[in-house]
Design a binder for this molecule. Sequence first.
Ligand code: SF4
Ligand code: SF4
Length: 439
Amino acid sequence: MRRGSVELRGIHIAHNKMTAEMQTTQMPLPEQIILPMQQHVGAACKPQVRRKAHVDVGTLVGHADARMTCDIFSPVSGTVKQVRTIHYSNGWSSEAVIIEPDGEQTMDASLHRPEVNDYASLVEAVRHSGIVGLGGAGFPTWLKMDTDLSHIDTWLVNGAECEPYLSSDYREMIERPDTLLEGIKACLDLSGVPRSLICIEDNKPKAIELLRSLAADDGRIDVFVLPARYPQGASRVILRNVTGRSVPRGGHLTDVGALLFNVTTMSEIGRYLRDGVPLTKRRITVMGDAIQKPQNLEVLIGTPIREILEHCGLVCDPAKVVIGGPMMGVTQVELDSPIVRANSGLLAFSKSNVHTPHTTACIRCDKCIDSCPIHLAPVDIQKAYLRRDVAELDELMADLCVECGTCSYVCPAQQPLAQSTRLARAMLRAEQRKAKRRG
Ligand code: SF4
Ligand code: SF4
C-alpha cells in the first residue's frame, strides 16, 4: 500500500503574473456594499446594525459572542438598506448587511490608535482590527497569536504567492514594506520570538532586494529565498522548506516552534497599529483573458464582483469567473456576490480559455503521487473515497491534503483527483471528530 509521508515535492507552473509591475489603483466607491456575516473561519457574526441606521467608515457592523470569530466593520459611510440572508456558490448562506454609501466617507468617531505595550495588549488590539488570514485562509489572526509562545523560535511571513496570476502580495511587499516591517517588529518586540523570516519565491527579486535592504538594521529579521515551485506557499510546505521541520499529523505549526502569517496580514497589523482603522479594504489581482484592463485593485470589502468587472472592463462575456487563483480558487456563478476579506484575486476567462476535462481511465502513471507536495497517493485516496472506506482514508492520511490541486493538474487522464481528495478529507475529518466526541 502506498502511504503518505511529509517529504515534499511540487510542480513548475507558468506564472502568468502580468500585473506584477502594475502599481495598485483604487476602485471608486461602489453603488452598494454587501457584508456577509460569515467571511472568516469560525462563528458567523450577528448584525449589529438595523435597516435605516447610519454607519461611518469603521463602524462595527458584525460581532459574535464566540472565541473563534472576527468582527466586521463598515468600509463606507452611508445607510443600511437591508439585513438579509444571502447564498454562496458553495451552497452556504449567511446574513448580510447591505449598505448604500453616501459618498462622504466620514470616519467613525470612536476609532483610535490602539494602546499597545505588551503582547496581551497587542493580541487584544488585533482582536478588534477585523484582520483575518488574508492569503485565503480567513482564520482570525488574533486567535492565531493567542497561543503559548514559550517554545516558538521563528515567526514566518509568507510572501511566496505561488499561485499563478496573483500578484497582490507582491505589490504589498513593494508598495508597503514600511507597514510590513512595522508589523513584524511589533510582533517580535512584544512576543519575545527571536527571529522572523520573510519567505519569498526567487521569481520576485525586487521584493527580495527591497526587504533585505530595509530589514538590514534588524538582526532578527531576514529574507528567506525559495525556489519558485507550486505549492511553495502552502503552510506545511513552506515550513518544511524553510526550517526543515514537519508538522505532526493532527498538529499545528506551533507544535514545532513556528508561527506563519501571510505577508499582507502582517502588513495590515503594522498599518492598524499605526492608524487604528480596522480592516475594511484590500488589494486584489483582477486578471484573465476576459478582462480588458488587468490590474491590482484596492477594493472595499463587500464590493460586488459585477461592479469590479465593470470597472476593469470585459472584452467578452466571461465563461468562467474565479475567486482566488486558478489552482485553489473557487468558481463563482453569482456575480452579485461580494469580495470578502480573504479574497486576493478575481479572474475572468473567455470560453476559449475554459477547459472542460475529458476524463479517461487511470493509466497508473503515478504522476499524481510523484508530484503531491506531501507525498499522498491521490489516486488511491480517490478509490477509497468512492468506496466510502474511511479506514483506508485514514491509512492514506487523506486529512493531510492541502487542497493545492497539483494532482488534478498533472493527471494525463484528467481525473478529478483534487476534488475527490477534498471530499475525502472532509469525510475523514468528520469521522475523526465523531470518534473524538465518543471519546
Ligand atoms: S490536492 Fe492533490 S497534490 Fe495537493 S496535497 Fe492534496 S492530494 Fe496532494
Ligand atoms: S496521475 Fe492520473 S493517470 Fe496517473 S496514476 Fe494518478 S490518477 Fe492515474
